[in-house]
Write a protein that binds this ligand. Structure first.
Ligand SMILES: NC(=O)c1ccc[n+]([C@@H]2O[C@H](COP(=O)([O-])OP(=O)(O)OC[C@H]3O[C@@H](n4cnc5c(N)ncnc54)[C@H](OP(=O)(O)O)[C@@H]3O)[C@@H](O)[C@H]2O)c1
Length: 310
């Protein structure tokens, strides 16, 4: 039987943090709130955040949902958000590292000088997860990282992680999504070794209709027309695209360290299933190196008791 939101077990008493208030993030938060979780929607735009919460509460008047400001393209903002949650001293049971940007045509950088996609999609979430570790340990949390079909064929460009020499938008997007999958698998291994008690998963939505493409590559007129005609056949709704994430986040039978995506042709759409993990994502040496470089770049340390990073 195909897995649907009907299978989400009751989430009462669970505190969930979802990054990104639009597209898949909204659908993920909505389904979790519908199952009874308290949901914190974290995003960079306060107006969009307030609107997302209003929209959610219109659909689910009894839901417990609030917005918090989090700009993943700024480590100051990431640590400030995490520190506000640490100050509340309440366990986090679920962290969905969902927010992302795709393929801006020109190289852009975050407030800390990282290439925008590597910085936002990956490093920001790495730093956030590290800082929240005490709350995640307390909640024996599940952490779900959003990857993509684009991780296949991508490489970790260690000689130039920030694409300073020659920026290639798609390759940079692929690297950021490969990094998210490598991070998810390594987090599961480290949690097991260190006894942190959290479990880590990855998910991808196939091709889901969201704002990712309109906000990203800005296709020329030919590609735009092609996208317009082909998209309805090849894509699925944002709600369907959120199912692999929701399965990873809530299904009791989900395998720690597993990667979920749509089960249809080439994992583009369809009900959620285990997804294919490219060989590059299973490279243990690369995972160790990426973790070390990410700690150095972000100043994050994985301290389960205090979360102090500097
Ligand atoms: N849609 C797909 O087919 C697809 C396929 C593979 C993977 N994914 C992954 O799925 C995730 C969600 O994407 P989506 O499809 O839902 O796209 P979306 O509709 O564009 O949503 C992305 C969300 O990320 C937020 N965001 C961007 N930069 C941020 C920052 N610096 N700080 C905080 N939030 C930020 C955006 O905020 P604003 O609203 O302020 O822009 C938006 O809410 C991404 O990680 C993406 O790589 C999507």
């Amino acid at each position: 039987m195909d897995w649907t939101v009907q299978q989400i077990p009751p989430q009462h008493g669970q505190r969930a943090v979802v990054t990104g208030v639009g597209g898949l993030g909204f659908e993920t938060a909505l389904a979790l709130a519908a199952a009874g979780a308290e949901v914190i929607l974290a995003g960079r735009n306060a107006q969009k955040g307030a609107e997302a919460v209003r929209h959610l509460l219109r659909m689910l008047p009894q839901a417990r949902a609030r917005f918090e400001l989090l700009d993943l393209a700024s480590l100051v903002s990431v640590y400030s958000f995490a520190d506000r949650l640490l100050a509340e001293a309440r366990p986090v049971h679920l962290l969905v590292n969902n927010a992302g940007v795709m393929s801006p045509p020109q190289r852009q950088t975050t407030a800390d000088g990282f290439e925008l996609q590597f910085g936002t999609n990956y490093l920001g979430h790495f730093a956030l997860t590290a800082r929240l570790l005490p709350l995640l340990c307390q909640g024996r949390a599940r952490v779900v990282n959003l990857s993509s079909l684009a991780h296949r064929g991508a490489t970790l460009h260690f000689e130039d992680l920030q694409w300073e020499r020659r920026y290639r938008p798609w390759a940079a997007y692929g690297q950021s999504k490969l990094a998210m999958l490598v991070f998810a698998l390594e987090l599961q291994r480290r949690s097991q070794q260190e006894g942190w008690g959290l479990t880590s998963f990855a998910a991808h939505p196939g091709f889901a209709r969201t704002e990712l493409i309109p906000n990203g590559p800005q296709p020329g007129p030919v590609l735009a027309q092609l996208n317009r005609w082909v998209q309805p056949w090849l894509s699925q709704s944002a709600a369907q695209g959120a199912l692999p994430t929701l399965l990873a986040a809530t299904e009791p039978q989900a395998q720690p360290g597993a990667y979920y995506g749509p089960g249809g042709f080439f994992e583009i759409k369809g009900p959620p299933r285990r997804a294919k993990v490219a060989a590059a994502a299973q490279d243990l040496e690369a995972a160790t190196r990426l973790w070390a470089e990410s700690e150095e770049l972000t100043g994050a340390h994985w301290l389960p008791a205090t979360g102090v990073t500097q």
